[in-house]
Design a protein. Structure first.
Ligand SMILES: C[S@@+](CC[C@H](N)C(=O)[O-])C[C@H]1O[C@@H](n2cnc3c(N)ncnc32)[C@H](O)[C@@H]1O
Length: 387
């Protein structure tokens, strides 16, 4: 394919004459596996030039570096196969190729978008999304000088990872302003405050965030802290998730809400037609308790530790399937490594207009329940009540 060959040649040329600025790959094909776009820049590591690829997925970013000799093969793996548009930016011109549905390439030359090259230093400090703001010291994550308290280092990591995921999810969801976000089981509000500060003060977005928490002392503390920080559109309500009555929810969040409180929160998301449901389930007791005393002939249940993990997986898989029945596309992934916390699974539902074959989804739920002796998942019980 001449256009693609020419693209690589122009890349080589811009690298050789030091006019290379960057490459962007966009318009993902159906084979892109959730990869939204790729940005490629030149950096220097140990005095050697290296092409740094940032792969933007819906929920996270991954960075991989390639030497000049490796970059060609990686581009050939991506362009046309995973992306329909590739644009090379140099100081002399921009060169783009676009592929039609049938794979026909069109090349377009543009005047250069850039008259300066970006810095090539690899040592640009990675910007933390949770700025070391006052709220972090009021919540006890940092000391008064803004240094992270050692025993809170994992929490700080978790907060930043969580913001990275939400940033990516919000980028790929169409929401009208102001965005109404409800955080159910907000606890001491670490993640609620961080999200507010990030979206309002860093991203300059118009959001209203409400934390729902049953414990009065935490609600009072969080409201006082929000006032001290001047976070005007962040409020906390003392209530149970089950009794919470607001219908305006664009984004529903429930992080480590205990046991079936996660199901109650998901259900509130369904009722409010939330565009995004983000939860990190916790202490999966319901199915395990329901199964007590029932003989289940399954070697996976022989050892206690695996039995527990199986029930966690079944609980969350059935949750995801029920979400699909409510027209959400779902993803389950680890959002922070095991070394920080075992409660590291995130379940995300993104409302979709695409048709989901509900009969097939129900068949999957039924066969899972049968195989693992599950009578009824709590989320089914509460959703069935409203039918
Ligand atoms: C483990 S903490 C998690 C706090 C916060 N989401 C986080 O991830 O840092 C769970 C919180 O959910 C609250 N909670 C549990 N069940 C609830 C319910 N049904 N209604 C309201 N709050 C609930 C608890 O009081 C607790 O503060």
């Amino acid at each position: 394919m001449n256009e693609l060959k020419l693209f690589i040649e122009k890349l080589n040329e811009s690298f050789a004459n030091e006019s290379f600025v960057k490459i962007t790959l966009s318009k993902p094909t159906s084979k892109s596996d959730g990869l939204m776009n790729v940005y490629i820049r030149l950096i220097t590591i140990k005095n050697q030039p290296v092409f740094s690829f940032t792969y933007h997925y819906q929920t996270n970013d991954q960075v991989k570096n390639y030497t000049f000799d490796e970059v060609r093969n990686e581009l050939l793996e991506l362009i046309n196969k995973k992306f329909k548009t590739a644009r090379l930016f140099t100081l002399e011109y921009d060169y783009a190729i676009q592929f039609s549905k049938k794979g026909k390439a069109t090349a377009i030359n543009f005047p250069p978008s850039f008259d300066k090259k970006p810095p090539e230093s690899h040592d640009i400090p990675k910007k933390k999304r949770a700025e070391l703001g006052k709220y972090l010291s009021l919540l006890g994550v940092t000391d008064e000088k803004g240094t992270v308290i050692p025993k809170m280092a994992d929490k700080f990591k978790q907060i930043n990872k969580y913001l990275e995921i939400i940033e990516s999810l919000l980028k790929n969801t169409i929401l009208s302003s102001p965005i109404h976000i409800v955080d159910m089981g907000s606890g001491k509000g670490y993640l609620t405050f961080a999200l507010y500060d990030f979206l309002v003060n860093q991203k300059k977005m118009d959001v209203r965030i409400k934390g729902i928490e049953q414990r009065k002392e935490l609600v009072d503390f969080c409201n006082k802290t929000a006032t001290t920080c001047g976070f005007n559109n962040l409020v906390f309500e003392q209530n149970t998730i089950q009794k919470f009555g607001d219908s305006k929810i664009d984004v529903l969040i429930a992080l480590h809400a205990c046991d079936t409180a996660t199901d109650d929160a998901i259900f509130k998301g369904f009722s409010a037609n939330a565009k995004l449901i983000i939860c990190a389930p916790c202490c999966h007791k319901q199915l395990r308790q329901e199964s007590k005393g029932k003989p289940i002939e399954n070697p996976l249940f022989k050892h206690g530790i695996f039995k527990e993990r199986q029930y966690e997986m079944i609980t969350d898989t059935i949750r995801a399937l029920i979400m699909e029945k409510h027209n959400y596309q779902t993803k389950i992934f680890e959002f922070i490594s095991n070394e920080h916390t075992r409660k590291n699974v995130m379940l995300v539902g993104i409302k979709t207009k695409e048709k989901i074959e509900k009969k097939d989804v129900q068949t999957n739920i039924d066969s899972l329940k049968e195989a693992y002796g599950v009578e009824k998942h709590y989320l089914e019980t509460i959703t069935d009540k409203t039918k």
